[in-house]
Design a protein around this ligand. Structure first.
Ligand code: COA
Ligand code: MG
Length: 299
């Protein structure tokens, strides 16, 4: 599978027409056009129409996802039909609680999407979803949701439901965040970190991006265009990481290392697993550079 950068996923309220326009100038990797919490109940129908129109107009190189209202809501069927028929690449399901919820959602999507190409994203934002992780992990490995592309943390909802606070380096949430990363990796899909609400606090935002990347997240959901370039940069391999990856790949390609599993490199041990990690770093870097070319070409 080619690597797809998903460093920044920008939420755009479906009812906010100017923001839907503005999104075409924002260099995020993915857009999440929202029908759920960012849209007031009496604007759901209008938001659905705005999103449909905007997706049909296209967003260039950006991946487009549509966030549905919860499957238990009266809006869900219309949301799903619109998203699939609009040509969006994926749907995001909020408030997932159990394996059964995931199964029913995958089934509903499969019933409408005859191409099998629309990707499914599940939000981890309820206490039940975190507690369900081991069962969900097993069910996914047994083929529960073939369309699953990843998990997205919903840290605002988790704070609301648990009383945990997001400040202080998110100490109270670290276990839940790591659980999400483990769940995603066990299923071989993406893990995306939650949002940082104080979009004027550049220092706090950068610190949270660093933290999320160290925990293993592939990218971060963002709420404002001004968060995008920082998160793009902090979720990209750095120049030092690229150089290190190239050195590891080169070292293992030398004839004297051909039959070796572990080698000495600059005072450290490098194993073949480090060569695999190095290759992933280089693949991501190439994909990001290809994306930059597409963005410069106005695609
Ligand atoms: N996507 C695209 N464009 C956005 C945007 C977003 N998420 N947030 C702001 N913009 C645009 C604004 O439309 C404005 O452009 P304009 O001058 O052409 O109209 C520009 O960026 C500057 O916006 P600003 O005035 O700084 O912010 P705001 O007060 O209009 O909006 C928020 C602040 C938080 C309400 C807004 O950023 C937002 O709605 N974010 C997403 C919320 C969301 O989806 N939440 C659900 C998931 S957590
Ligand atoms: Mg939520």
């Amino acid at each position: 599978m080619p690597v797809r950068p998903r460093r920044t996923l920008l939420y755009v309220p479906g009812s906010h027409i100017r923001a839907l326009h503005k999104a075409r100038q924002v260099p995020c990797d993915t857009l999440i056009l929202d029908l759920e919490d960012a849209v007031a109940p009496d604007l759901k129908d209008a938001a659905r129409q705005h999103i449909r129109h905007a997706v049909e107009q296209g967003f260039g190189y950006r991946e487009v996802l549509v966030r549905m209202n919860a499957p238990s809501s009266s809006w869900f069927a219309d949301d799903l039909a619109m998203a699939v028929n609009s040509g969006a690449q994926g749907i995001v399901i909020p408030k997932m609680r159990t394996v059964k919820d995931a199964q029913m959602t995958a089934h509903a999507l499969g019933g409408i999407d005859k191409t099998g190409k629309v990707l499914l994203w599940l939000m981890i934002e309820t206490p039940e979803a975190v507690l369900e992780a081991p069962f969900l992990s097993r069910a996914l490995r047994e083929g529960l949701c073939p369309q699953l592309a990843g998990f997205i943390m919903g840290t605002n909802d988790l704070a609301k439901e648990t009383g945990a606070r997001s400040g202080g380096g998110r100490a109270s949430m670290q276990h839940w965040l790591s659980t999400c990363v483990l769940l995603a990796r066990s299923a071989g899909v993406c893990a995306i970190d939650g949002v940082f609400n104080a979009f004027d606090d550049a220092v706090g935002f950068a610190a949270e991006c660093h933290q999320g990347r160290k925990m293993g997240f592939d990218g971060k959901t963002v709420i404002h265009p001004q968060q995008v370039s920082v998160a793009n940069s902090l979720f990209s391999p750095s120049a030092a990481e690229i150089m290190e990856a190239e050195r590891i790949i080169l070292a293992f390609s030398l004839p004297e290392n051909a039959g070796r599993g572990a080698i000495h490199l600059d005072g450290r041990m490098a194993e073949r697993l480090h060569a695999d990690m190095a290759q992933r770093t280089l693949d991501l870097d190439h994909a990001i550079k290809a994306r930059d070319v597409a963005a410069n070409d106005g695609a």
